[in-house]
Design a protein around this ligand. Sequence first.
Ligand code: GTP
Ligand code: MG
Length: 406
Amino acid sequence: MARQMTSASIITPPGEGGIGIIAVLGPDAAEVVDGVFVGTRRNARSLPLGSIAHGAIVRDGQRIDEVIVARLTPPSGGAETPYYEVNCHGGIVAVRTVLRCLQEAGARAAPWQDWAVPPPGAAPLSASSIQARALARLPHVPSRLGAAMLLHQADGALYRVLESITELLVAGKGTEAASALEALLATASLGHALLAPPRTALLGPANVGKSTLLNALLEEERAIVHHEPGTTRDVVSETACLRGVPFELMDCAGIRAAQDDLEASAISRSAELAADCDIALLVFDIRERPERSFQALPPVREGARVILVGNKLDLLPAPPAGLPPERFASCPVVYVSARSRAGLDRLESALIEPFESAIGPCSAGGPAVFDAEALDALLAVRSQLTADGPGAALAGLRRLIGQSPP
Ligand SMILES: Nc1nc2c(ncn2[C@@H]2O[C@H](COP(=O)(O)OP(=O)(O)OP(=O)(O)O)[C@@H](O)[C@H]2O)c(=O)[nH]1
Ligand SMILES: [Mg+2]
């Protein structure tokens, strides 16, 4: 059918909601909408750009839903392609039925993700490519700060800084360009964490309070806590947002001589987590000496950040003196009471410490390198700048942002 050039996509999330919106884009968008829309005063074809019409979606003489149709500029810009949004009642059944009607009128049903694809041939760090990649990730982002970060990048925050670095290079200001590039690269670890929460394993002997600590950080009773050691068997995994930064917390079985086969396999899952985490919270009971607590600890992934957490602070009048075991001598030690929540703010600070300085600028709408594609490309520009000088870096950066030399 000729009208298959026109697509219709549900662009609101599935589920119950106030309204559901179907976007209709393409050369025959007006004819497709009018194929099923009966306007109270005017139809889609006669709508001026930027205005709305009230009416109903009607199929075989039967009223399917009362809707508002809006004629708008397409999100990708360029008013020449007709674009309409059909605002239906929010239930998924109503929205899907209206979509089916639009299909019957000649539209091709397209997933919303089709709206978040860079235009063909776009340079990898052009404004439209960055926007498309940021919007494609938006539905999966686990925190508000992450969503705000992506919306700011979709709005051009990252692209504008790339443009300004290009201008510095054009002006021969290599040193200023290098420091602006470093500042941008420094946003990458927060940008990455906001999209892929660091895998944070709570490890340590049985009964030291790992599950209690998980619940305290989540502020809900998620994991079972019990006075008998050997309580946790399956890995319990939940995302906690600490000052806007998500962490995937994983609670697992305490390490001790297994009492049965079930516990043995639970302990082997703990060893897998230790070998595969980004952050290891090594929890011990402060009444025990830490070196004894970690004698049987399985190897923690090399490169993982390690934080020692002395728990049950409420049972001692003051945090114990003494040093962490030699192999963890350089790791921060935090004393907490998971039960009374004392010291949790210190643990949160230790967890977010590497991201701390980037959080403020990020929430204020600053640029962020949020994916591997941008990071790899910018690392290559940095190498060009160091090895071959500003001219080569300028040519490379122009290619990346899709700017042709004057
Ligand atoms: N006084 C005190 N008791 C705590 C604290 N944290 C945990 N407990 C108690 O210690 C016991 C064990 O707590 P859990 O959180 O189940 O310990 P766990 O490390 O998850 O234990 P396993 O799953 O068996 O490895 C429970 O009786 C908790 O109430 C704390 O900060 N202070
Ligand atoms: Mg437990």
